[in-house]
Design a protein around this ligand. Structure first.
Ligand code: CDP
Length: 806
């Protein structure tokens, strides 16, 4: 080899490892239309399924007549609950310990509920036949107001469990009650409130929204009767869990089920749960012996698959006159819809809502959450967040602003006064969490300097004076949010989904010529895992990222994992990747010691090689060691270079951030112009700054959507509104402002490379920042709180109520 050896700097650069702005390897296929999504899968002889759905929010099914539909040429079958009953598949277990009707059995409980499944030779025939299935309903009174769910005379929704007064999370106190879940010191908190110099109290609703991924949910089920193997391709955020659940409910042995998540066009929590479409497609394929595809349309996605939020939160915050917070009390009325299908770790029916003390050192706190049934679609998923942390962050960040108003104190000053201090980490929160690391004051100060916070407040004072003089009709608002996320579920000891511990995994095989394949238990839905996890490995094992193939999503090949949601991939599977890499390196070190004829302890790792300490010329590169592992008989070592790691994280990771939003509100039209949005994120060690920036841009755009427009509502008759993109706000480049991003780096002390998650942080922190900005614009006019979303109509109404318009 006559080439000059590369400098150490160039060797590091070549790896494109941790910290490098590597371009996304996935984008070559995505930008050229070469992705392979579920709907791209077309198998010979494949049939198509489509649902007959309920037009009523609450009704009794008196009869179903399939005849006209079955008479349509090309229609193969029409399934109803009666057909599923002999298979015991008319109900399926939910992730929350409840059961959900696969096809409505005697009653429908929400508009758009699945009533019958038409199977036909093509998608259009199926859709036409759906129209011909005649269902005779007797309408019942619908319950859509969660506050009325526990009234004595509230209609009985769940007849199937009416006598079951012990639910999955303790006693039920009413036929529409699901659980009461409590955490913290209730008496201590009530005492803090009664002793307090100042108490702020507010009912804060986080409205019902929907994750609305660009690709809707779907699957292709294919039963190979010869080999007895069922293959399910689907939009699954947790393919292994789907395999286990499919095995448990179909009684097909787990090794005979293969679940594949191909490319997924966004998940955001919507694709975590199991939907009736998956079960019906699988049953249809088992019965017909040919593959069956089910892909929902946009309206079905918005109205029938998992919603998010719908939390009515009452907060009480106690403080001294000079702004030291002394206690936090909250009660949540949680609207779970018709079935409790919330996607949370089993022990946490309100997810991680008890991270609600946020970034503040609050000595005593209490949370109580009552879950109730209503005639709405089930779900309760973590829409780009870690199990209800978004709701928690919104509550505490609004309560801080409301308390600041009451104290007549600047909200940033109030935050700084109550932040957990750097030296307090690891910090034990009053509600039981151990925050791993943080430096909140530094992050806030950096943010304040970047946005010139004091100058903004000065400008605002001038704007307010000008408004009062009648010189402008625009009010300026400055919104701040400081959030602490909790991501990386989770330690197996307290986090499981349906009894499956929430570890994750990575398996690596190094090929003889020094390239590699790594397979993970997670599944990217756009987060760029193939790019970033290869970067972790590049740094750990000294093989350039571009020489590492990364594969996820096929349960026949990938090691078992709990999937991707709740920003858990980097904290859990990222850690497994680093640990598996270290196992590879440990074996490579033994090989290097043999080849260089030294003791292992005489070697040191340097970027991409082992070298003899003090004599770097004597070295073996990882490429050489890979080859040696396959072609040399090394005493005491097996041939080959492979490793697997199943990683059970010792704790969650706690990313945080300081966000500032500046708005100008036109009081006459309610139009909110977002002048500036600054987001500082701290996700510990940064694997790929460019991907992080992309994640933050995406998360902020979804935060904008939620805070400023998204809302799924129901009228009294149980009709869903907001169920199409004519009504449901999905921001485009037109509505989206320029995002300014920034960072600090506070590594996680327990993660092998110090990384915390980031994908969801901007959604968690973004929503309160927007909302606080809108509220702040009206704060001097007496506005304490108004419910989201802050669309033009509502903002205009606020201005009117405050007497600011004619
Ligand atoms: O679980 P999910 O992939 O949704 O979220 P995540 O773990 O926060 O990762 C989102 C993307 O950002 C992945 O490609 C990560 O590897 C990347 N990331 C990063 O580059 N550095 C971090 N400290 C955290 C995430």
């Amino acid at each position: 080899n006559d080439q000059a050896p590369l400098s150490r700097e160039d060797r590091v650069k070549n790896l494109k490892g941790i910290g490098s702005e590597r371009k996304r390897v996935e984008d070559a296929r995505f930008t050229q239309g070469k992705g392979n999504y579920v709907d791209d899968i077309n198998l010979p002889g494949m049939l198509f399924g489509d649902f007959v759905r309920s037009p009523y929010g609450h009704a009794r099914i008196k009869s179903i007549d399939k005849e006209a539909a079955l008479a349509v040429p090309g229609v193969v079958a029409v399934l109803t609950a009666e057909d599923l009953k002999p298979l015991n598949l008319h109900y399926m277990p939910t992730l929350a310990g409840d059961v959900q009707a696969v096809l409505a059995d005697e009653k429908v409980l929400f508009q758009s509920q699945e009533v019958a499944f038409v199977i036909a030779e093509d998608r259009y025939i199926a859709a036409d036949a759906v129209e011909l299935v005649e269902v005779d309903y007797e309408e019942l009174p619908a319950l859509t107001d969660a506050f009325k769910a526990l009234d004595e005379d509230a209609p009985l929704l769940r007849e199937d469990i009416k006598d079951k007064m012990e639910g999955a999370h303790g006693p039920r106190k009413h036929h529409n009650h699901i659980f009461l879940w409590e955490e913290g010191d209730k008496d201590g908190t009530e005492k803090a409130l009664s002793d307090a110099e100042v108490v702020a109290e507010e009912l804060i609703t986080y409205q019902r929204v929907h994750p609305c991924p660009l690709e809707t949910c779907g699957c292709v089920a294919s039963m190979d009767k010869i080999n007895g193997k069922l293959t399910l391709w689907g939009t699954f955020q947790a393919p292994h869990a789907v395999r286990t659940v499919a095995s448990l409910i179909t009684n097909i042995a787990e090794h005979n089920i293969r679940v594949v998540s191909p490319d997924i066009g966004g998940g955001f929590g919507n694709k975590v749960g199991v939907y009736p479409g998956y079960i019906c497609a699988a049953v249809a394929s088992i019965v017909t012996g040919v593959p069956v595809k089910w892909v929902e349309d946009r309206m079905e996605n918005l109205t029938a698959t998992a919603f998010a939020r719908d939390y009515h939160m009452t907060g009480k915050i106690a403080a001294t006159k000079d702004g030291k917070i002394t206690g936090l009390w909250c009660h949540v009325l949680a609207d779970h819809g018709a079935f409790d299908a919330c996607a949370d770790p089993t022990k946490f029916p309100a997810g991680f809502f008890h991270i609600v003390t946020g970034s503040y050192d609050i000595p005593v706190a209490y949370v109580g959450v009552d879950g109730v049934y209503t005639n709405k679609a089930p779900g309760g998923v973590a829409y780009r967040c870690s199990f209800r942390v978004t709701e928690a962050a919104y509550l505490i960040e609004r309560m801080i602003e409301i308390l600041a108003l009451k104290l007549d104190m600047d909200p940033v000053e109030l935050r700084m006064k109550n932040f957990i201090r750097k030296e307090q980490f690891p910090y034990q929160s009053a509600l039981g969490w151990e925050y791993d690391s943080g430096d909140y004051h530094t992050a806030m100060e950096k943010g304040m300097a970047a946005v010139e916070y004091d100058a903004l407040r000065k400008e605002q004072a001038e704007n307010r004076a000008a408004f009062d003089r009648g010189e402008t009709r625009t009010l300026m608002g400055v919104g701040t949010a400081f959030f602490t996320e909790i991501v990386g579920a989770g330690p197996v000891k307290n986090c499981d989904i349906l009894g499956l511990g929430m570890f994750d995994s990575c398996e690596i095989r190094i090929h003889p010529t020094g390239s590699a394949i790594a397979r993970l238990g997670t599944i990217s839905q756009g987060q760029g895992h193939a790019t970033t996890f290869a970067q972790i490995l590049a740094t750990e094992i000294g093989i350039p990222a571009e020489d590492i193939t990364l594969e996820e999503g096929d349960t026949d090949t990938a090691p078992y994992g709990l999937g991707t949601y709740g920003s858990r991939s980097t904290p859990v599977a990222g850690a497994a990747t680093a640990m598996a890499g270290r196992k590879i390196r440990a074996k490579a070190q033994m090989i290097a010691a043999y080849l260089l004829e030294v003791h292992e302890g005489d070697l040191e790792w340097d970027v991409d090689r082992f070298q003899i300490k003090g004599n770097p010329e004597a070295h073996k590169t990882m490429k050489e060691l890979a080859f040696a592992s396959y072609n040399q008989a090394i005493p005491g070592l097996e041939p080959g270079l492979e490793a697997v790691s199943y990683y059970d994280p010792p704790n969650m990771t706690y990313p945080f951030g300081a966000y500032f939003c500046v708005v100008d509100v036109d009081v006459d039209t309610g139009v909110v112009d977002i002048r500036r949005f600054y987001a500082l994120d701290d996700c510990g060690t940064r694997i790929n700054p460019m991907i992080i920036e992309g994640q933050v841009h995406g998360g902020l755009t979804e935060a904008l959507a939620i805070a400023m427009g998204q809302h799924i509502t129901y009228d009294e008759g149980g009709n869903v509104h907001g169920g199409s993109l004519m009504d449901f706000f999905l921001p485009t480049a037109v509505e989206t402002p320029v995002w300014e991003t920034d960072y600090t780096t506070t590594p996680s002390p327990h993660h092998p490379i110090g990384a915390k998650g980031v994908g969801e942080s901007p959604n968690v922190g973004g929503v309160p920042a927007f909302s606080n900005a809108v509220h702040d614009a009206f704060a001097h006019k007496g506005l304490t709180h108004t419910q989201m979303p802050h669309d033009h109509w509502r903002v205009w109404q606020t201005a009117q109520k405050l007497g600011l318009t004619d």
